[in-house]
Design a binder for this molecule. Structure first.
Ligand code: BGC
Length: 733
């Protein structure tokens, strides 16, 4: 509808109807609607005269039929007939669940990531969703925090590329509205949610301005430049002010400085939590502060619903409410809901979900995001070898990771066993569970029965251990799947200890003692501390949570049908005491490697190395790549570099090229070395290619603590890092 018509509609709205537009509830409270005036509504404290069909939005109903029925009711039971928005926590796939974002980011194949996002958007669209609550763009350098799995990791450049690819994949070209088969993105959690003190969920975040502007805000900013239509606030306090009530953050920075004119959604109950934060005396003040900060939607509380009717007697608050409602209506209009309230719901969807193309893309992404951390020659497996596959992930389908349970189904997953049987003769394979997946963490209470149904009954631990050793004894090579189970990471899963549980360590030791080559396949949602067990493995492949096609992709990598190429998106520490440890660290005045001070008085630990176990960017392949710079020039807009890359090996293989910069001295201390460009390259055996890397000067700009931008002049060293080889070129700016 044109803006004039939308204005007319807006002007017809009563205060009650306007306030209703700013409410967002979990759909389960609304869809079974004959009960809508009972229990849950009272529990939440929503006013009894609220017409639930009038609220602006619901989330996390992923059932096509239910959404269709609900929209019909909205149109039939509300005088203004404003379609409701349907949102959902679709984070890395709707039904085609891809590897977790932390894994995807390490592929450095941003076209493939965009393609996966397009598939996610299409499947979501075909199920009637309008908006999905992702990508998560919280930069994170602390693996104790459970939500690392949802984020693209520790690196600014990587997170920015990920942000752009996912937002454009979801939204398509949305200059004239969100096109068919696409949905609006809602980036989250603004801002700094990935940096809670001590890695403890929902804890305080304190970041200097230079850290915020140069690092933590950058990925969100990249998504804003890619036109994300929604932003979600964060639960945390940022520099003393809760993000959800933070006027400076959400108005001065998000809206004025970054130019965001879309919809700002609070995180779950975050408006109400301004009270326990000690930032608002009561719910009334919480409503006022959130609205003043520019929060348009109040997710899952009754604070706006109850407090705004009185607060709007103040004309300033009434104007803020109008602003919020107008933005929500504009979003509905941009989605084309006034023309077609049944967007995505009026199409036959059978056959369009979990397509062969979607599955093939998922396989490719598994292959490209699994990281070969170590290889003493035990991988790839050889066809004549008898292989004992030990550990619960041999047969388990619980490979989707925490958030996928909202719309994904473990039943869709292909197990590693099924994948291996595609590539290896059945008589060469034996399987033994080794230990129960849920041995070490039982925080799954009511889910237990469902898990047992999916994953088989819990077996006596000693029996599993003995079976594993018997299987290993009869094999030529042992492949052990191990790590975390999906409930150990995700929201509310911070950990103080990142080592493996004792049962797994004991099993690894016992398998090592068999003398058989030992291959580890690590399933995890976060970097773990593997210092004790790493020397016991001959080869180690990190597959994260690989999603529904994990079984095929991982089997292809293990058997050499494809070669690993991903690089770590996040550092693996040697011990928890090193955290935060990450690649782009700033220098100190007393660097360990080159200080003139005596050994004691340099920046180091007396009981631990400064080096991580696996640094950011680690990643081996089955081939041998080598690269070197050819030429480099600085133009008005960019640093342009030509390089050659060669596959010296005997197999076609992919590699992820990294370009780092060591920059000239500046008014603010900058990282010793940081990533500024990358490329995903495929080369046949012995093939050589000449490629270009363009680094926009904008990538070299930095902010000072007052938020001003600078570009330092002087010498910049660019490092070409391919397959473990490095080449250097220095250019002057
Ligand atoms: C999470 C958000 C999520 C929301 C709705 C919150 O607990 O922090 O990421 O989108 O719940 O499910």
């Amino acid at each position: 509808m044109d803006t004039k018509e939308l204005r007319k509609l807006f002007e017809r709205l009563t205060i009650r109807e306007k306030i209703a537009q700013t409410i967002q509830l979990n759909g389960s409270l609304v869809v079974e609607n004959d009960v809508m005036n009972t229990g849950p509504m009272q529990e939440l404290g929503l006013p009894s005269d609220l017409n639930l069909y009038e609220i602006g939005s619901i989330y996390n109903v992923n059932d096509f039929e239910k959404l269709k029925r609900l929209q019909e009711q909205v149109l039939n039971k509300t005088p203004q007939q404003i379609p409701m928005l349907f949102m959902s926590d679709v984070i890395y796939g709707f039904r085609t669940i891809f590897p977790i974002p932390l894994a995807q980011a390490g592929s450095y194949d941003f076209d493939l990531i965009r393609k996966a996002a397009e598939i996610t958007a299409k499947e979501s669209y075909l199920n009637g969703l309008h908006i999905i609550f992702s990508p998560v763009l919280d930069l994170v350098r602390d693996p104790r925090w459970g939500r690392v799995m949802e984020s693209p990791g520790e690196d600014v450049y990587t997170a920015k590329q990920f942000a752009k690819s996912v937002v454009t994949g979801y939204q398509g070209d949305c200059s004239k509205g969100v096109p068919e088969n696409h949905v609006a993105a809602c980036i989250k959690h603004f801002a700094g949610y990935g940096a809670p003190e001590a890695g403890r969920e929902y804890n305080t975040v304190d970041l200097s301005n230079q850290r915020l502007f140069n690092e933590y805000l950058q990925p969100y900013q990249a998504a804003l430049e890619a036109q994300t239509m929604l932003v979600m606030t964060a639960f945390n306090v940022l520099n003393g002010v809760p993000a959800t009530g933070n006027k400076w953050l959400n108005r001065a920075i998000l809206r004025e400085r970054f130019g965001f004119d879309g919809v700002l959604v609070s995180d779950y109950a975050a408006v109400k939590e301004l009270v326990p934060h000690g930032f608002a005396a009561d719910e009334k003040e919480a409503a006022q502060k959130a609205l003043e900060a520019g929060v348009d939607f109040d997710m899952m509380t009754s604070v706006y619903a109850k407090q705004l009717p009185e607060l709007v007697n103040d004309p300033k608050i009434a104007a803020l409410l109008d602003e919020a409602v107008w933005r929500i209506l504009e979003l509905k209009n941009h989605l084309g809901l006034f023309e077609n309230p049944y967007r995505g719901l009026d199409l036959p969807q059978t056959g369009e979900i979990l397509t062969e193309e979607a599955k093939a893309t998922a396989v490719k992404l598994v292959e490209k995001s699994s990281v070969l951390l170590k290889n003493n020659g035990a991988l790839p497996l050889q066809s004549e070898q008898k292989v004992a596959v030990i550990g619960p992930y041999g047969e388990s389908r619980l490979t989707l990771g925490f958030w996928a349970s909202v719309s994904g189904k473990p039943q869709d997953a292909i197990s590693l066993k099924e994948g291996l049987l595609n590539n290896v003769a059945a008589e060469k394979l034996t399987f033994a569970r080794g230990y129960n997946l849920f041995d070490s963490y039982d925080g799954f209470g009511p889910l237990k029965q469902g898990i047992e149904r999916l994953n088989g009954p819990i077996e006596p631990a000693e029996q599993l251990f003995e079976e594993a050793l018997t299987a290993a004894a009869a094999a030529d090579v042992v492949v052990l799947t191990f790590g975390e189970q999906f409930l150990e990471s995700g929201e509310g899963a911070s950990k103080a200890k990142l080592g493996l549980p004792e049962k797994q360590v004991r099993l690894i030791r016992a398998l090592k003692e068999t003398g058989k080559p030992l291959v580890g396949v690590l399933y995890t949602g976060r970097p773990l501390v593997l210092t004790e067990v790493e020397p016991l493995f001959d080869s180690l492949l990190l597959v994260w949570y690989p999603g529904i096609m994990g079984g095929i992709g991982v089997a292809n990598l293990l058997t050499g049908k494809s070669s690993p190429s991903a690089r770590l998106s996040m550092t693996f520490p040697r011990s928890e005491g090193q955290i935060p440890i990450y690649g782009a660290q700033l220098s100190t005045g007393r660097p360990l490697a080159s200080s003139s001070h005596s050994d004691r008085f340099v920046s180091k630990y007396i009981d631990e190395s400064n080096e991580p176990l696996f640094k950011f960017g680690t990643g081996l392949t089955y081939a041998e790549f080598e690269g070197r710079w050819l030429t480099g020039v600085v133009t008005e807009q960019a640093v342009e570099l030509d390089y050659r890359v060669k596959n010296q090996g005997a197999l076609t293989a992919d590699t992820a090229v990294h370009v780092y910069v060591k920059q000239a001295p500046a008014a603010i201390v900058r990282p010793v070395k940081r990533l500024v460009a990358s490329a995903a390259v495929t080369l046949e055996a012995q093939e050589e290619k000449q490629l270009k890397s363009q680094i926009p000067l904008a990538e070299l700009i930095f902010y000072d603590n007052e938020g001003n931008q600078h570009l330092a002049t002087g010498d910049y060293q660019f490092i070409l890092d391919i397959g473990g080889t490095e080449d250097f070129i220095t250019l002057s700016l």
